[in-house]
Ligand binder design. Structure first.
Ligand SMILES: [Fe+2]
Ligand SMILES: [Fe+2]
Length: 360
């Protein structure tokens, strides 16, 4: 086990599993993680990673006297559609939009693995203060790789992507044969895939290394996705746990709960790294110094506005389009659709009829 206060770790250590007595197998799929002797779920690759994050945070507070950056879940609205709307669609015999949503979540989780494509090294040259013994210094030495493996799976163990698909298939007895996943993802705005956001415009002084800006941008974007996803977990667990509504005796909801616990170290290392970056002085390529507080704040504000505005609107438009698509294949589709909208939360649904008009 990690030694208390240890702040230097090898990539192998940060990728090491904690011992488990039993593997996690869900719907016949061998997943990452497992269970300890008492039957508690143990997330993958947490043997050293979790104590490491605690040590880096403690050391940062000791050296800088500041607290870790936080972004409360309440920053984002609750999941759309809401639980009542999800339950209604399934009850009305239109489960496809929910199947589509679970597929979309799994797909997005898989894209999260792109973070491992960043292989930062020699980051010290960008900062005045020492970065030894920090999360920053371990990004390219196990942290991004562990994150990528958690999201997309590794070797024979399924990661979040396939775990969401397994949850979907347990709840709905497998995707119906007429559900064209590719067409559905294209309707929901997932045509190209790839590393969304890697071509973002520069926001920091041009003197700041472009790769550094890209890495920090991606980390903030992913942190926002990770935190706001807790609304999605809460929502999915609420209706997937109802054996009167879906198949699988609540096993799908349990699987989503395990995925949720795996996300905690992701939020942990991202918030720790961003805090360390915020409290350091950055060195531009010309040698000019820039306060980390300004660098982080500039990107943070821009990306938060993006997440709360266009990002959320695009997501809602995709969901409404998908619901309308499937309702209209039923004889009483317009009635089902009207009822679906009537169950929405007033504030969350603002403007939907217009969106629907454009998407239909
Ligand atoms: Fe995930
Ligand atoms: Fe994650």
């Amino acid at each position: 086990m990690a030694v208390a206060g240890q702040v230097e770790f090898t990539a192998d250590e940060l990728l090491a599993d904690a011992p488990v007595s039993e593997p996690l197998i869900a719907g016949g799929v061998r997943c990452h993680g497992g269970f300890d002797e008492d039957g508690n779920y143990v997330s993958p690759r947490t043997r050293f990673r979790v104590p490491a994050i605690e040590s880096w945070q403690a050391r940062h507070t000791e050296l800088f006297g500041t607290s870790t950056v936080e972004v409360p879940l309440e920053t984002w609205g609750t999941h759309y559609p809401n639980e009542a709307q999800a339950r209604f669609l399934i009850g009305a015999g239109v489960p496809e939009p929910l199947i589509a949503t679970l597929t979309r979540i799994g797909t997005v989780e898989g894209y999260g693995a792109n973070i491992r494509l960043l292989k930062p090294s020699n980051l010290q040259r960008h900062f005045v203060e020492d970065i030894r013994g920090t999360a920053i210094d371990h990004l390219g030495c196990g942290l991004f790789e562990a994150h990528g493996r958690d999201e997309a799976g590794w070797e024979e163990e399924a990661g979040h992507k396939d775990m969401w698909f397994a949850a979907r298939d347990m709840a709905f007895g497998g995707p119906p044969p007429d559900l064209d996943i590719e067409a559905m993802l294209a309707r929901m705005g997932f045509g190209q895939g790839g590393a969304a956001g890697l071509d973002a415009p520069r926001l920091l002084p041009t003197d700041v290394d472009g790769d550094l800006e890209l890495i920090v941008t991606l980390m903030i974007r992913v942190l926002f996705i990770e935190v706001s996803a807790f609304h999605t977990f809460r929502w999915a667990e609420a209706w997937l746990s109802d054996p009167d509504l879906v198949d699988g005796d609540g096993e799908a909801a349990k699987l989503v709960g395990y995925i949720r616990s795996d996300e905690t170290p992701h939020v942990g290392y991202l918030a720790t790294t961003l805090t360390e970056l915020r409290d350091r002085t950055w060195i531009g390529e010309s040698g000019q110094h820039h306060p980390g507080t300004e660098m982080i704040d500039t990107l943070w504000q821009h990306l938060l506005a993006q997440s709360l505005g266009p990002g959320r609107a695009a997501n809602r438009k995709a969901v409404v389009g998908e619901v309308a698509h499937w309702c209209r294949r039923r004889a009483n589709g317009e009635d089902i659709l009207a009822e679906f909208h009537s169950l929405g939360d007033a504030a969350a649904d603002l403007g939907d009829p217009h969106v629907l008009g454009g998407a239909a």
